[in-house]
Design a protein around this ligand. Structure first.
Ligand code: CTP
Length: 393
């Protein structure tokens, strides 16, 4: 759920911010209203308390939470200021932070949408226009005011656009920064663990780091992420559902029933190819001597996913290889009917299993092969997800 800080400043159009708040909530946003003191001369906080996702805030100090501006700014996916007075625009432009709203603007990396509203004379002032040009040059989004009826019987440029237009502009900015908004993404992570008796397993060196990085970046891009995992790592923020599994069979049972509902499936997990035919239900004792373990193949359910892929779904596999990376990865892409395969050379100590960095090639069914130099697993996740987003586009 995208988090939106709705800043309301002291202008007559503050009453329209009530409707903006309501419509953002209807569009599925979590809205934190922040009013300036002057805004409260035009509209009561009780209205925003009732309509927002949490009570309205005004003060930087004397509130229950310490430093509300950093908490709001860091968590926000978007800050919308509607209406934005000439005064707040000037303070934002020059880095003044003398109230909660302007401090929050300094404490965020989220995109900002400003909706100026003021009398025509104020709107036309060189200082206001210069400030807005500066903000635009810094990447701030500005929704220009309409022309029409203003306060005190005046008519002219400076009227706050209707709430529907403000919300549409806000959702547009969110979509630019969250290109997977509304998409369902399933990611598998970690190495499966196949029991040989009640205390011992056969597993592999997969740490789950790459899968977790993909899940995290997909969530940051707005996706509804389901993570199917064998490892006990901290779950990244924003993951919608986590399913914990151990064996290849459990992973298959978790993935297959929900596969058709996904827009994207990334099989980053290192799934065992073999399991013990008859794992003992008790601990094998040393006195019994070295056991002989008879193995049987597991089922490769990525092949099933490829065969049953619904139209429009993007299916991604991983190929961990120690030799002939391109050739082996390409063979798996074709055999499993994938859209992308991430070929991973795991013969080197700085890439692949357990470490925080990776060196991969992303091969697409369309025939492209993108070699990525050594980089963090988060950077690899971004490259992969951007390639997938480009396919949707
Ligand atoms: N995979 C799977 N089920 C299996 C084995 C693998 O779904 N039983 C998936 C993995 O999650 C990965 C892809 O298939 O995305 C490739 O796995 P990999 O082990 O590299 O390929 P294999 O086809 O098993 O070939 P090999 O082990 O011989 O290299």
């Amino acid at each position: 759920m995208p988090r939106v800080v709705l800043g309301v400043t002291g202008g007559i159009a503050a009453y329209k911010a009530v409707e903006v708040c309501r419509r953002l909530i209807d569009a599925g946003c979590f809205v934190s209203p922040v009013l300036t003191v002057d805004a409260t001369r035009f509209i009561g906080t009780a209205t925003f308390d009732a309509l927002g996702s949490e009570p309205a805030r005004i003060a930087l100090f004397d509130c229950p939470e310490p430093s509300p501006h950093t908490h709001l700014g860091q968590q926000a996916d978007l800050i919308v200021i509607a209406p934005a007075t000439a005064n707040t625009i000037a303070k934002y432009t020059h880095g003044v932070a003398d109230d909660l709203l302007t401090a929050t603007l300094l404490a965020t990396r989220a995109p900002v949408l400003i909706c100026p509203a003021m009398h025509t004379e104020m709107w036309e002032q060189a200082s206001v226009q210069t400030n807005l040009a500066t903000l635009r040059s810094r990447g701030v989004h500005v929704l220009d005011p309409d022309s029409g009826d203003l306060a005190c019987g005046d008519v002219g440029m400076g009227r706050l656009p209707e709430p529907g237009r403000i919300v549409a502009a806000a959702l547009d900015v969110l979509a630019q920064n969250r290109p997977l908004l509304g998409r369902r993404v399933l990611v598998t992570a970690g190495g499966t663990r196949e029991p040989i008796d009640s205390v011992r397993v056969i597993t592999n060196r997969s740490s789950g780091k790459q899968g977790y990085a993909i899940a995290q970046v997909a969530a940051e891009m707005g996706a509804h992420v389901t993570l199917v995992t064998t490892v006990d790592r901290a779950i990244p923020e924003g993951i919608a559902a986590v399913i914990r599994v151990e064996t290849a069979q459990q992973m298959q049972d978790a993935v297959m029933p929900i596969a058709a509902a996904q827009d994207i499936i990334v099989m980053a997990a290192a799934v065992a190819d073999f399991r013990a035919v008859a794992p003992k239900d008790r601990k094998t004792k040393k006195e019994d001597g070295p056991p002989s373990i008879v193995l049987e193949p597991t089922h490769d359910f990525l092949v099933d996913l490829g065969a049953q892929k619904p139209a429009g779904q993007i299916l991604v596999g991983f190929a961990a290889e120690t030799e002939s990376l391109h050739e082996n990865a390409l063979g798996k892409l074709k055999r499993k009917k994938l859209d992308f395969i991430v070929g991973n050379d795991v013969s080197q100590s700085d890439a692949g299993f357990e470490v925080d960095t990776n060196r991969v090639v992303i091969i697409s069914a369309a025939g492209t092969a993108t070699e990525l130099p050594l980089q963090t697993k988060t950077a690899v996740a971004k490259e992969l997800l951007h390639a997938i987003v480009a396919r949707f586009a």
